[in-house]
Design a protein around this ligand. Sequence first.
Ligand SMILES: CC(C)(COP(=O)(O)OP(=O)(O)OC[C@H]1O[C@@H](n2cnc3c(N)ncnc32)[C@H](O)[C@@H]1OP(=O)(O)O)[C@@H](O)C(=O)NCCC(=O)NCCS
Length: 145
Amino acid sequence: MKLIKITAKSIAKSRLNRILTWCNDPEISRFFKSKTRTMERILEILSESKTYNFMINEDNQDIGYIFTTNYGNYAYLTIMIDKKHWGRGYGRQAMILIEDKIRKLKTKKIILGLYRENKRAFNLYKSLGYKQTKKGNIITMEKKL
Ligand SMILES: CC(C)(COP(=O)(O)OP(=O)(O)OC[C@H]1O[C@@H](n2cnc3c(N)ncnc32)[C@H](O)[C@@H]1OP(=O)(O)O)[C@@H](O)C(=O)NCCC(=O)NCCS
């Protein structure tokens, strides 16, 4: 598996469409606060200077994305794997790769937010050493790098 950096300027239209399809799939967007996304909004995210974004690519096939926003002392992270591939270890592998990239930026911490009922994400982050810092309907977890 590899992470391929994407920016608003360099992203291929086909990749953008793929992200758009994932973001607007109710089975996936139910895990996110934003239930729909427009192409304009995705391009806006990809062009923000603080963001550092990647396609998750396995054998030349895009199977998900990771968006991160760097706030200097911490990075906020969002990950999505194509539903066809859930539960097959790709999320874990991708998290290990992105942690390494963020560490190299000298950013000391990763923070992420998830719905309490998102057990798969919770178990993944917990097993990677993330600690819950905020309870409620939306949980916050973080890990010192
Ligand atoms: C959350 C997500 C990124 C995890 O990626 P994944 O590739 O499905 O997860 P993995 O296969 O790497 O599993 C990692 C761990 O998750 C847990 N897990 C996997 N499937 C699970 C399930 N059905 N129920 C509960 N926990 C599960 C296990 O602890 C697993 O560890 P193990 O491999 O040691 O058993 C992915 O499922 C996804 O994109 N979901 C929709 C979007 C989303 O929720 N994003 C995160 C929002 S913060």
